[in-house]
Structure formats: structure tokens, C-alpha cells
Design a protein around this ligand. Structure first.
Ligand SMILES: [Mg+2]
Length: 318
């Protein structure tokens, strides 16, 4: 595969990051400082063997497969229900990790609530559950159309405008890297895109709460120079996004980027997965530790989704 920037390096980078973070999820930063992560281990928080990937990779792969099949929001909602109830697209045939907002939304879907109404839309529903699965949208040919589909499909679980904006930022950031941009231009384009989309909102009550202040830290020139103590690593969508971008900007290779993410503690798997997605893409497949890739559980499910992509292109053709 070489070091070309393509979707496979991003997807593998993401899944390896997820698996690195799973054993440490919810561990506080002080504990991570005392016992830092240095590689792929098993057990810990969720008592899973080494290489086990979680909801982040499962839901991201559901999105990827749905895009390849040109499915709509209903098809994607069905695959989320299958994941939750039957262990579809999982490392070991079962779900061991799920966020509150996503769980509520899937319970709504099971109760036959329509996919555009099943997601949480309160300010407190601004978790990272839609951000964790948005990576594949960056690889569609028509990025504007892709972002519009993403917002519709985000709503299956998350209807918060802030969640949409964070996803738009991440997808544009990835898209710019895919197109050959460097870290600085990825920041620039992602910020410009959020500013452009600023006025596009739904009917959420949070519109009144959502000011530029939310993005002030991420958009500031000195963002990458902020000390670690200024970077939170919680499941709040904005904190997750800040942590991901900060880890990527402050390292110069895949391994250091994802380990930095895990060692922040907190929502380690999601933050390492999203960091691994950008770092895998930027540094290339060969930059990902071979022993980490070979430790990943149930690789055949990942390979079978990736094999459906035209290998001659960087894009998922639609
Ligand atoms: Mg997870």
C-alpha cells in the first residue's frame, strides 16, 4: 500500500487507536501518568482481550459499509439496531461499550421512532457518539453532498447542532489531509468550513447557547501550544475534538499521536480512534505498528468492508 494517503490507512489507523484505548477507558489522567500506555494490552476497563475494538469502530464501519452500498438513513439505523441487538460488526460478536445518547436513540428506533427523530437533541446530549463514526464521510467524492448526508445520519443518534459542527470540522480536516494538505492547512480549511456553516441550524434549543465561545479555544492561533492541562479528554463532543486535534498537532508520527491520546485518560478509545484516523491517513499505513495491526481482533470483518472499495481511488465512489 505504500505511504499514499488513502482510506485504508485512515480506517486501520482508527481501529488500532480504538483497540489501544479500550483497556484504559475512563482511567483518569493521574493514573495514566503513573502507569502510561506504551502498547496494545488486553483486559483493563472492559475485560476484553488485546486488540478488541469497540463501539467507535463498529459504528464507523456501519457508516462506511452503508456509504459503499449507497444506503440511506433508514438502512444505517437498521445496522445500528443490528449492532446493538445482535452484535453485528463487532470484534467478538457482542456489544460491551455504548454511550447513553446512542443507547437511548437505538431504544427509540426499536420502539419504531423514525430515524430523524430518534436522536437526542438536548445540550446534555452533545456527546461524541456521532463524531466517533463520521470519518468515512470524508472519503466521498462530493464532499458537500457527503456532509449534508452526514448531518441527516448524525440525527439517528445525535441531533445537537454542536455535534454536527464538530463532525463537519473533523471531516473537513481529514479531507484536506487526503487532498495533500499539511496540518496547518487542514486547520485553516476546517475552521473556514465551520464559519461558513455557522448559520445552518436545526430547531434545537441549544442554538441560543451555541456561541463562538465554544470554538474559541480550538480556533485560537496558539491552540497547539496549549499545555496538556488545558486539554480535557472527556466524552463531551467539543472536548473530544480538541483532544484529537491537539494530539495530532503535537506529535510527528502515528505511534506517538495515538499513545498521547490514550495517555490523556478519560474517553481514551474514542480519542485515540479519532486521532488514529487522521494520523493513519497523514503518515500512511506503513507508519502503523505492524504488531498492533496484527493484534486487531476479527480483522476479516474489517478487510471485507475495505475490499468493497475501489482500490484504485482514494474515494468511495458514489
Ligand atoms: Mg468505545
Amino acid at each position: 500500500m505504500g505511504n499514499q494517503k488513502n482510506i485504508k490507512s485512515a480506517i486501520w489507523g482508527f481501529i488500532v487507536g480504538d483497540a489501544l484505548g479500550v483497556p484504559y477507558e475512563f482511567t483518569d489522567r493521574e493514573t495514566m501518568k503513573a502507569f502510561p500506555a506504551t502498547g496494545m494490552i488486553g483486559y483493563g476497563t472492559h475485560h476484553q482481550p488485546a486488540g478488541t475494538w469497540s463501539d467507535d469502530s463498529s459504528l464507523m464501519l456501519c457508516v462506511l459499509e452503508n456509504l459503499i452500498h449507497q444506503g440511506g438513513p433508514r438502512d444505517l439505523a437498521d445496522s445500528f439496531v443490528n449492532w446493538y441487538t445482535k452484535g453485528y460488526m463487532t470484534a467478538h460478536g457482542e456489544v460491551f461499550d455504548i454511550g447513553h445518547t446512542t443507547r437511548n436513540a437505538i431504544d427509540n428506533l426499536i420502539a419504531e421512532v423514525k430515524p430523524h427523530l430518534s436522536g437526542g437533541n438536548r445540550v446534555y446530549s452533545a456527546g461524541n457518539g456521532s463524531l466517533m463514526r463520521c470519518l468515512p464521510y470524508a472519503f466521498k467524492e462530493d464532499i458537500s453532498k457527503s456532509i449534508n448526508s452526514m448531518i441527516i445520519e448524525n440525527k439517528i443518534t445525535h441531533r445537537s447542532h454542536l455535534c454536527h459542527l464538530c463532525c463537519i470540522f473533523y471531516v473537513w480536516f481529514v479531507k484536506e489531509l487526503l487532498d495533500g494538505g499539511d496540518k496547518l492547512s487542514a486547520m485553516k480549511y476546517a475552521i473556514a468550513c465551520i464559519k461558513f456553516r455557522w448559520n445552518i441550524s436545526d430547531d434545537e434549543e441549544e442554538s441560543t447557547h451555541l456561541g463562538w465561545g465554544n470554538f474559541k479555544k480550538l480556533f485560537a492561533k496558539g491552540f497547539s501550544s496549549l499545555p496538556e492541562s488545558e486539554i480535557q479528554s472527556t466524552g463531551y463532543v467539543l472536548s473530544t475534538l480538541e483532544a484529537v486535534i491537539w494530539c495530532f498537532l503535537n506529535t510527528d508520527n502515528y505511534k506517538d499521536a495515538v499513545l498521547k491520546a490514550v495517555n490523556l485518560g478519560g474517553d481514551t478509545d474514542t480519542i485515540a480512534a479519532l486521532t488514529g484516523g487522521v494520523a493513519g491517513l497523514y503518515y500512511g499505513y506503513n507508519s502503523i505498528q505492524e504488531e498492533w495491526i496484527s493484534a486487531v481482533a476479527n480483522p476479516s470483518i474489517i478487510i471485507s468492508v475495505l475490499n468493497k472499495i475501489d482500490t484504485n481511488t482514494n474515494n468511495i465512489l458514489i
